[in-house]
Design a protein around this ligand. Sequence first.
Ligand SMILES: *Cc1c(COP(=O)(O)O)cnc(C)c1O
Length: 366
Amino acid sequence: MADRIYNFSPGPAMLPLAALEEAQRDLQALPGTGISILEISHRSKAFEAIINEAEANLRKLLGIPDRYRVLFLQGGALLQFAMVPMNLLRGQGKSADYILTGSWAKKAMQEAKTQGGVRVAWDGSSGNFKRMPSQNELDIRSGATYVHMTSNETIQGIQFPNEPNAGNVPLVCDSSSDFLCRPLDISKYGILYACAQKNAGPAGVTVVIIRDDVLQSMPTDLPSMLNYRELADSKSLLNTPPTFAVYMVKLVTDWLLRDIGGLDEMHRINKQKAEMLYGVIDQCGGFYDGHAEPASRSIMNVTFRLPNAELEEKFLKEAKSRGLVELKGHRSVGGCRASIYNAMPVEGVQSLRDCMLEFHDRNKPA
Ligand SMILES: *Cc1c(COP(=O)(O)O)cnc(C)c1O
């Protein structure tokens, strides 16, 4: 096996070793075909089986009801920021409510503004995006066309503890950085989307789950590749899909079902990993200053600061020398961030915990 280190990158992020090994083993020829996944026709029986299995795995893991379509699209989460309002917001009298919880929610709203009317249902910016809103703080209009939320703010490291209630308004969720990290009740959502490169696969594919009635409410006059209805009718095969990325989503979801045993177990492991790091933050008397308020702490992205920039740099260097990399916070907020998605082994988090504890011991104020 190659020398792998612990990569705490927010995305593209670590993939399960089992999935990488399987891809490597079958790279030259998919079993029974004599053709590589990189060479195979997206119209072949073999690829059809792969995309169908990827969908079946997602349906099984998340308990997705039949009245939802599962699409595999390109353009990342950012294209979804635009496609959602393009498909739902054009036309008279339409306007959407956005829950502004952090950098990604803000970007989603900016993109929506290019397509139609938007309104803020809650704004966490004055509190520096340290927490998610509670249900009674949300000002969602019953007549809103949809309400948009971000289940996990990757940059700030805050996460909704559970789904907000949007009443009869279709709830649209950017779940890019916590997709498949825990079970969720998909019936609460009109649309849920997630780019794969955080938790579900490599860059290049975005999973979009849409309820049928929301799909049917959409116009048909958009260009094909921006039109959810056409994409759904073609079963994501309107044009050449990102075949290798879809294949990797199948391998990652195989791993979740076969090796982990489903999302309840994945959630248990993820909570255990997150508690290790938040434990250090709570234990070290403010040396590691956690950004998130405890009730909104993300189990995927742990964000914290050290007492000053020199110590931060020293810490990052020391971590790197121990094979713990990509711990620098996003350039817009600074500090440190440990992204501990599904594929980050418990051992990697233990190693980071030990590094943080030892660094604190040696550098704490006298
Ligand atoms: C990474 C991320 C995005 C952006 O995804 P792209 O695939 O790069 O467009 C959007 N939203 C959230 C919550 C993310 O974590």
